[in-house]
Design a protein around this ligand. Sequence first.
Ligand code: ADP
Length: 248
Amino acid sequence: TDRTGTMLYLDGVSVAFDGFKALNKLSIIVYPAEMLAIIGPNGAGKTTMMDIITGKTRPDDGEVFFDGRTDLTRLDEAAIANLGIGRKFQKPTVFESQTVWDNLEMALRKPRGIFATLFYTASDTDTARITEILDTVRLLGRKDHLAADLSHGQKQWLEIGMLLAQDPKLLLVDEPVAGMTDSETVETAKLLKEIAKTRSVVVVEHDMSFVRDLGSRVTCLAEGSVLAEGSLDQVSANPVVIERYLGR
Ligand code: ADP
């Protein structure tokens, strides 16, 4: 396959832990401004795949390219994050004792280093950018609330906003709707779709009604490789998926 024009390109990635192949010649492509949902049973290798992309785990074999050219397997985690890859872990990690606005402000100045942080005064551009991000993540109306006072779902949105402040080209999101209310889940699908208009988004998810709401291309992993790909309807109609994953 030609990797020109791809945002993320995993080609035949394998990694073993104590002889157990967590990923087995996994190949995944994500295009710019495209969302991909990754589904699959526990132990399929979804987390390991995210760890490979972010440099937390090194592949034993295969290649990982970002933005059509940069070989991620040669870079450490910090360098990969600086290239423009943001990762949202399952649990929210926000600064509870700070306001929503201040959380965003901290996220915005983080990459500029210690001196920028010490002598920081918000510019008009920053204010506009924070306002825009808070609008995207449905928190503009709560900008002066303490993060501690947000619901679980709103904390997840705040953390997504904090990642957006770093202006990632690729956003990796791990089970964002676990523990959310039904209405928060529906809203999360909408906001991720909005984000995916300008950025690539990879969502690992178990909640199939949420995956349906995302309406994105779906890849089903099993035993460390791709079992099926396509729309959710195509994937869930795949006989191998039905037999091995859906269990019907
Ligand atoms: P998923 O996220 O799809 O549930 P994982 O990527 O967490 O799957 O795990 C894939 C397999 O690799 C599992 O069998 C898991 O036990 C194993 N595994 C993952 N990380 C490690 C590790 N650091 N050491 C040993 N085994 C691991």
